[in-house]
Design a protein around this ligand. Sequence first.
Ligand SMILES: Cc1ncc(COP(=O)(O)O)c(C=O)c1O
Length: 450
Amino acid sequence: MSLNKAPKNNVFYRNQNWRYPKVERGEGIYLYDVEGNKYIDGCSGSAVANIGHGNKEIAEFTKEHIERIAFTHLSRWTVDSIEDCAKKVAEWAPGDLNHVYFVSGGSEATETALKMARQYFVERDGDNTSKWKVISKWNSFHGNTMGALSMTGITSRRKVYDPILINFPKIPQFYHYRNPWGCNTLEETSIKAAQALEDEILRQGPENIAAFISEPIVGSAAPGAHPTKIYFEMVKEICDKYDVLLIIDEVMAGFGRTGKKFAIDHFGIVPDIMACAKGMSSGYTPMGAAVASDEVFETIMVKGSGHFIHGHTYAGNPLSSGIGTKVLEIVEREGYVENAAKQGQYLMDKLQELYEYPVVGDIRGLGLMIGIEFVKDKATKEPFEAKVGFKNIVMQKCFDEGLIVYPGGGSADGSRGDHILLAPPIKITKDEVDELFEALKKGIQAASQI
Ligand SMILES: Cc1ncc(COP(=O)(O)O)c(C=O)c1O
């Protein structure tokens, strides 16, 4: 299998220079193509397929539900499955994040959070409130729709659309490996990164800032990068001090992936709004949500106009909600959150061996959300030139070993900086981790010989 041309058919694929193998079926952590080749899904698509592929319980539930009811519009009807899913998500969510606004994916979730934050201040302070800006970070990803992309800090994804994006302020990420402050410890980087928020709020004027958005652990932009606890403690304090809402983007990290129900649980704080998707339905249906605190909900819906000016046709789809609840029940029953913590640690311990390769610069992560960053020179952290496409070489070599990893780039300076995300289904067993590791090691070894 080699990088090649996309098949000629009516599909508008993402990348014309990739030969798309045709998947026939999936089972557990494995995908099988039509030629009978077996692959370990080492990234669950993009940290989506948490409970693994081919779950029979979900298949049976879906059939039964579709026969009963597939679609109603949330502007007019409520259905048991929608209420049950909201209840389950609220039970999982920390603190008073009790109000679940359903959407169909991650970009819709962050975009909804942004609008919720703006409407919160309009309802609380009146139409003339100047609070509208959302501070976000470089080396972050919050989605590809215009509001979400405006908050996203991956320059290659923004460049073409830059003139039509909202000009939101950006601060540096808690990306210790390439931190701009010359910090030697993660704790120092975490403190500097949090102080950058206060500096930016003061520069912009707190009266103009509605929210700050952060991933709890970085996904595709600098996979696996995370701060120490002090970062979110400081961020929460700063947000409270300047009357700024804190939005946590759990789209990739949420629902067990990092070994806690939500990744923010590692840091012991409760945001005002949480965006989630992906693992929520494990890919069995498009699903997402923005989860609001009591204060945000009551300001808009109880003390305010009672009408959140937003909504999408497929939001709160009864079938998707039912699948979401079922997925979370399975995760609870099977102990997959604890498994993610255990197998994540086991995998992380094994991965340390990869530092023997000169191209492996940094390995970081929490639970089963792990990033590996590749460099041309380990001592100076000099990245490969973008034209080398090292991330794609690693992906291809792993692919040849029957392992799918999620490549990403641009973390060093917008165009250079190669990395992969490892995020296998959180149902993975110890033996399967061993298998994944062996394939990965061979893939990286082959890539490092180019
Ligand atoms: C942290 C984060 N937020 C938002 C999104 C956007 O989600 P979607 O692709 O479902 O729109 C992603 C997608 O990878 C993500 O990782």
